[in-house]
Design a protein around this ligand. Structure first.
Ligand code: NDP
Length: 477
């Protein structure tokens, strides 16, 4: 059962969930696999956003005044509510975003939402005594920031919303959420479920276009913005938040490098390499997007990846067999197609894929592996954010470290080797917020996550994530 304002929905079916968030006169949201209408949603104006911020501001003191145990208990109840509504949420996510139900996709994402809420409830940020001697007693404590604005993308819309709002709520902030215009239904449905257990106005969504996000990032009553999206929009948010000196956490994606050392067993690492690159059909901020393979194992790794790619069914998300889906929107399809064409024109070798059926419905782009490609090709230097992987040959470790560090972004990176010490030594030389060894992109609610360079700043998850939605206060005396 979920509670929707004054309405009570007796059982959370797909239809009841969708109807709770539907405005028949609203904007049509299309299934990226078929072009069919998934639902219609009211797009708010800047005035609607202002009204939501006023409500969230009014609700914040009472929310912050609740005991920590109370807020923890409500986050746990929210996790229960998500689990009860898991299948309808996953179906809606699959239809709207395009990702399959199975594989590390829609059901996985909904499961991550409840898992993150539970982990956030279990994480604490107690104050600490920093000096305690005969002359001085000083404590460092953490207070809520106030009202947090959360602006999210379309690739992992539910999970990233939870990443942004769970720590904010835990610390006594209220939150106003602006989903991507491509995936508002998923976020509205998630918040509908959460609001079945949360007090009124603690968590308010406002669907809308970029202007709503722009207002959120300049609004005088928003104290902190959590943003995940492109570097370009992140830069706009830095500028528009300057007058009000907002705190910012910016997760701006990247163009992650993976380095395969010559001692690997190509077949043994191929599955993990594959998912490191192609999770969510490549539409993941911390996916492996440039693969550097030592010349000694280059042909073996390419062959092993082609073999794994051939075993991965792509198609409509609701088909239980599929593990890869369409690109979420046409603009993203066009980016991937342009970059693969640039690679082909340069003489690079397409091992598989690279030839989409543009007459078929949906934004499907085939899994594409491109070998014998130069490091300065646009498919390498630009973030493709889709199922197209350039595989670059190298021979020298110093050279490959320089290539991996050669871009102005640095979210993640990975090193693949049977020799963990050798891999860790290289990892320490890479300019990235996270370096994985023999894996890529795995996140954990207790392990801090964030980028360097133009991938943004600020950490999410765990104790560091709680600090990010708090203001420190020193009590001296
Ligand atoms: P954007 O950065 O444009 O959008 C992300 C969010 O920001 C959306 O909710 C968007 O709203 C909102 N927004 C847009 N303009 C503003 C603004 N001026 N102020 C505040 N918020 C704003 O990403 P795109 O969806 O256009 O994707 C473009 C590229 O970004 C992709 O090709 C990919 O490379 C990268 N990307 C990275 C992601 C990541 O996980 N780091 C996720 C998604 C994309 P609206 O949708 O209404 O415009």
């Amino acid at each position: 059962m979920i509670r929707s304002g004054k309405r009570i929905i007796m059982s959370t079916t797909y239809d009841s969930l969708l109807s709770a968030i539907t405005d028949p006169a609203g904007r049509e949201i299309l299934d990226p696999a078929t072009g069919e209408v998934v639902g219609t949603v009211a797009f708010g104006s800047v005035a609607d956003l202002d009204a939501a911020v006023t409500r969230a501001r009014a609700a914040q003191p009472a929310w912050a005044a609740r005991s920590d145990d109370d807020r923890k208990a409500l986050l746990l109840k929210a996790a229960d509510a998500i689990e009860e509504a898991a299948e309808p949420l996953a179906e809606l996510l699959s239809r709207e975003q395009g990702k399959p139900l199975n594989g590390p996709n829609a059901r996985f994402e909904v499961g991550a939402c409840s898992a993150w809420l539970r982990a956030t409830a279990a994480t604490a940020l107690p104050g600490e005594t920093v000096v305690d001697d005969e002359e001085t007693h000083a404590e460092l404590r953490y207070r809520p920031v106030g009202v947090v604005g959360a602006i999210g993308p379309w690739n992992w819309p539910m999970m990233i919303t939870i990443w942004q709002v769970a720590p904010a709520l835990r610390m006594g902030n209220t939150a106003v959420v602006k989903p991507s215009e491509y995936t508002p239904l998923s976020v509205l449905a998630l918040i509908e479920v959460l609001n079945g257990v949360l007090p009124a106005d603690v968590l308010i969504p406002v669907a809308g276009e970029g202007e709503v996000g722009a207002r959120l990032s300049s609004h005088p009553d928003i104290d902190k913005v959590m943003f995940t999206g492109s570097t370009r929009t992140g830069q706009a948010i830095i500028k528009s938040s300057a007058d009000t000196v907002k705190r910012l956490t910016l997760e701006l994606g990247g163009n992650d490098a993976g380095i395969v050392l010559p001692d690997v067993d190509a077949k043994a690492i191929a599955q993990d390499l594959f998912w490191g690159c192609f999770i969510n059909t490549g539409q993941t901020c911390a996916a492996l997007k440039r693969l550097y393979v030592h010349a000694d194992v280059y042909d073996d790794v390419c062959a092993a990846l082609v073999e794994v790619a051939g075993q991965m069914p792509m198609g409509r998300g609701l088909d239980e067999n599929n593990v890869l889906g369409p690109l979420q929107n046409r603009a993203q399809f066009d980016i991937v197609a342009r970059l693969v064409e640039a690679a082909k024109e340069s003489g690079a070798k397409v091992l598989t894929g690279g030839d989409p059926d543009t007459d078929a419905p949906g934004h499907f782009y085939p899994l594409t592996l491109v070998a014998d490609i130069d490091n300065d090709n646009p498919l390498v230097t630009e973030e493709q954010f889709g199922p197209a992987l350039p595989i670059i040959r190298y021979t020298d470790v110093d050279e490959v470290v320089a290539l991996a560090n050669g871009l102005d972004v640095g979210l993640g990176a990975s090193v693949w080797s049977g020799d963990a010490d050798a891999a860790r030594a290289i990892a320490g030389r890479l300019e990235a917020g996270t370096v994985w060894i023999n894996g890529h992109g795995g996140v954990h609610p207790m392990i801090p996550f964030g980028g360097v360079k133009k991938s943004g700043y600020g950490l999410e998850f765990g104790v560091e994530g709680l600090k990010g939605v708090s203001v420190p206060q020193v009590i001296n005396g």
